[in-house]
Design a protein around this ligand. Sequence first.
Ligand code: GLY
Ligand code: MN
Ligand code: MN
Length: 461
Amino acid sequence: MNPLFPKEVYQERRNRLKQSVGGGVAVFLTNEEAPMNYPSNTYRYRQDSNFLYFFGLSLPGMAAVIDFDEGRDIIFGDDFGIDDIIWMGPQPTIASLAEKVGVTDTRPMAKLADYLKGRKVLFTPPYRFDNQIKLSALTGIAIGNLKQSASAELIKGIVALRSAKDKYEIEQMENAGIIGAIMHTSVMKRCKPGVSERELAGLAEGVALSYGEGISFPVILSQHGETLHNHNHNGILTEGNFLLMDAGAENTMNYCSDHTRTYPVSGKFTQKQKEIYEIVLKANMEGIANVKPGVYYRDVHFIAAEIIAAGLKELGIMKGDVKEAARTGAYALFCPHGLGHQLGLDVHDMEDLGENYVGYDDTVSRSEIFGISALRMARELREGFIITVEPGIYFIPELIDIWKSEKKFAEFINYDKVEEYRHFGGIRIEDDVLVTADGHKVIGPHIPKSVEELENTVGKE
Ligand code: GLY
Ligand code: MN
Ligand code: MN
């Protein structure tokens, strides 16, 4: 049985949701086991995060409802029989599991369809195919129409609750941050020319599995940091290259960390590497320094974009007005992604509910400008939010060639100078930050990130 918060925590969350949703009945399906190559050989089990948030139990084979009309919570599921117990050992009953999360009404799974018949059924967008099939059968909505039929009212209610982490969640996030820090420092120390990328990716994943449920997303570990999500680990570490690792842990209560560090394989920065690195570090640290309640994260993104543009201008790579370079998206040749996203039970927290519900609201809408449009989190920060701050500078040869041929933003970009960096690679620095009542707190222990700290850690087993 997975660890749980006190049952009152789940009751309180469900009651708060009841206050924000006007009527109908919300159905939450558990995630089922997912076969790798035959039905009983499965991937690591991962419960749906909304189910975890409201009902805590990390087990397949159940469905739960929050009935807003009747004010009831019910867990549907079937107790194990002797055939299961022979293979799996004694199993708790559904009623005893439900009791642990403050639910006293449990019913057999076969009763779920009847319960929902004729009711206004609310659901979140299903992202697993088996649950799409189930939900389609329960609601009569064609699979292709489920996503657009998801309840905006339910989604907004969930986002409002899950965005602000409570003290129990913050404690778990700190724990995930500790695991993440061990992952990163272990890899840094083992990093040397001649070591395989695979060994280091496996080391990071092994740490995540040793202390928690495993990784919070597939490890990104690459000497080609300019490829933003590079999961190819076939390379051998080579002197002169950077190594970028973007990796996080999921702790035993399924809370996630997400950190990125980039450093020279040799453990010693060249002058050219250092110059670009210091710009990204400044964007990361100023980004963090500007996190506080009441600030729009879009504006923190622009602060980081200006720092990138100003730093690159100083090196002769960019030119012109740095504020303009940020607002127009000229900087995005070098940083085509957003400054960060919310973090919690999901590494991109609540992304199943729709990015625009999570990162945008009535007061801020998504930009259509390349780069700025990739910002996942733009809205006003509130106490309890946890966000990543992850600026980067990348030299992506294919993107450079397209922009150069179009003379795109030629008033801001010195394309001749860019050529000197064509094979530079990419740097990203990412930390996880809690918005506190009067500012911010970086989650988890400090992971080496200054040039000096990295030079004192990389390769020093
Ligand atoms: N894990 C990918 C990211 O940092 O958003
Ligand atoms: Mn990351
Ligand atoms: Mn991230």
